[in-house]
Design a protein around this ligand. Sequence first.
Ligand code: CIZ
Ligand code: SF4
Length: 301
Amino acid sequence: MTENLQSEIIRLKKEKNAIVLAHHYQMDAIQEVADFVGDSLALSKIAMDIKEDRIIFCGVKFMAETAKILSPEKKVILPVIEAGCPMADMVTAKQLRKVKKEYPNAKVVCYVNSSAEVKAESDICCTSSNAVAVIKSIDAKQILFVPDQNLGSYVASQVKDKEIILWQGHCIVHHQLRYENLVHIKEKYPDAPILVHPECRPQIVNHADFVGSTAQIIKKAGELKDKKIIVGTEKGILYSLKKQNPHKDFIPLSDRLTCLNMKKVSLEDVKDALENERYSIEVDPIIRQKAYRALKKMISL
Ligand code: CIZ
Ligand code: SF4
């Protein structure tokens, strides 16, 4: 069944001159049929460069929207329109406009995990790979960082000469990890290094051996000599980790690290998306222009 669907997807990709992009947090079966697997920014950059004009973006809405903002001339399709990111929904443009008035001298940095409208209200975007570099590049002493309090706290720990005002958003997957989870896993595997995503709480981040985005965790895992490595991010990352390091063991920091929104996309949905070209992501042109400016500023750093 899985193989039949995968063959059908591969056939349809050719027929429709489409490309399938999958985020590291997608199901293994989806990552297997994707032309590229990556983090949201890498995938959006690929979307800009490729010649195909139809992109099936297997991820959540803000990712497909980011690709559309960067490549408005292409058709960007999100297979499941309900696949959203609860963290991105923790800040709206209206709320942000209100808080901006309280901090007239602050520059607004928004994590890409946000809506197009929120990006449009921001000075510059960042990802989990480049958040520290983005903040360091800003010529202002005060930064309003939205929506992830944990990524914001991590950046604040790395950049001492700026005041970072944190929005109280969080990732419902990474934020559930507690210090007790870390202690428990460390007792079981005392010699294994711990690599975590900066969306985890400071208590986790401060006790990890390495903090980085999905792409940075994958790179680090390849460099380490250790045979057992503990990973504190969404479980989908294990697909690339195992593929690239078949002789290493990767242990999730907890067995609850599954993003149900990312897992909403099935092979059946990808096939439907190709056949029926839905759901095509659209962004209001005025919002797009403003959001593009914030994304472009980040990309050109
Ligand atoms: O930006 C992304 O793709 C996310 C959500 C995670 C990461 O660290 O790559
Ligand atoms: Fe959003 Fe967290 Fe899921 Fe990423 S893992 S899509 S930040 S809820």
